[in-house]
Ligand binder design. Structure first.
Ligand code: ADP
Ligand code: ZN
Length: 222
């Protein structure tokens, strides 16, 4: 397996970027956040455990995240290429991933850091609206749906994610600085890190991603 990792603070646009990369073909999108939200919706044991952490803006424990990733990767043929959005999120998770890749003869193609100043992050997170039915992401100011509250792609009702509220947003940004930012150095040391300025509109970010990754990069729907 070959893996592309998207690294960045909450609100840096990992989900949108991963959707773009997957949409260009050849990559399977894996979002640990989406997987946990799905488990919460289905009220599984893992979902209940994840909810206890996510609701307050904290991270799900590393061993639980890795168990879920391992199980998910076992579904696909060995040659699959993935784009990871939201994993790894701590240095121990990165080490667990390295160990897993060692066993499976997999490798990391690149780690892309989506760089966004913190003022921009807060604005993006408070305005974010998502479609639980199809996963599409909108923004009240930057990318409003054609009809307020309704998904352009599937007609589903848009919602504000439980963890997209003021105090939880602040907590998630702190957690990013304390637990995730160390990954920048981890991957820099391994010569895998590439930085992209992700403070502009999605089209600009997509163009840069396409250039860095050698994707066709034609005008994407989002
Ligand atoms: P964002 O990057 O905007 O915070 P995500 O959907 O990636 O959104 O993650 C939402 C929440 O899911 C996180 O705040 C965390 O609680 C949990 N989560 C997702 N991925 C991981 C991970 N790799 N390790 C621990 N917790 C995770
Ligand atoms: Zn939808």
């Amino acid at each position: 397996m070959e893996i592309l990792i998207l690294l960045g603070a909450p609100g840096s646009g990992k989900g949108t970027a991963a959707g773009f990369i997957a949409g260009q073909g050849g990559f399977t999108h894996i979002s640990t956040g989406d997987m946990f939200r799905e488990a919460i919706r289905r009220r599984t044991a893992a979902g209940r455990e994840a909810d206890r952490h996510m609701g307050g803006g904290d991270l799900v424990p590393d061993d639980m995240v890795m168990a879920m990733i391992r199980e998910r990767l076992s579904w696909d043929p060995p040659r699959t290429r993935y784009v990871f959005d939201g994993f790894p999120r701590t240095v121990p998770q990165a080490a667990l991933l390295d160990r897993h890749l060692g066993k499976e003869s997999g490798r990391i193609l690149a780690v892309i850091l989506l760089d966004v100043p913190s003022e921009v992050l807060a604005v993006r997170l408070t305005g974010r609206r998502v479609c639980p039915a199809c996963g599409a992401i909108f923004h009240t100011a930057n990318r409003p749906p054609r009809q307020e509250g309704v998904c352009d792609a599937c007609g589903g009702s848009l919602i504000r994610r439980d963890d997209d509220h003021e105090t939880t947003i602040r907590r998630r940004l702190d957690v990013y600085r304390q637990r995730t930012e160390g990954l920048v150095e981890y991957y820099e040391t391994r010569h895998l890190l590439r930085r992209i300025d992700a403070s502009g509109p999605p089209a600009d970010v997509h163009r840069d991603l396409a250039r860095h990754l050698d994707l066709p990069g034609e005008a994407a729907p989002c």
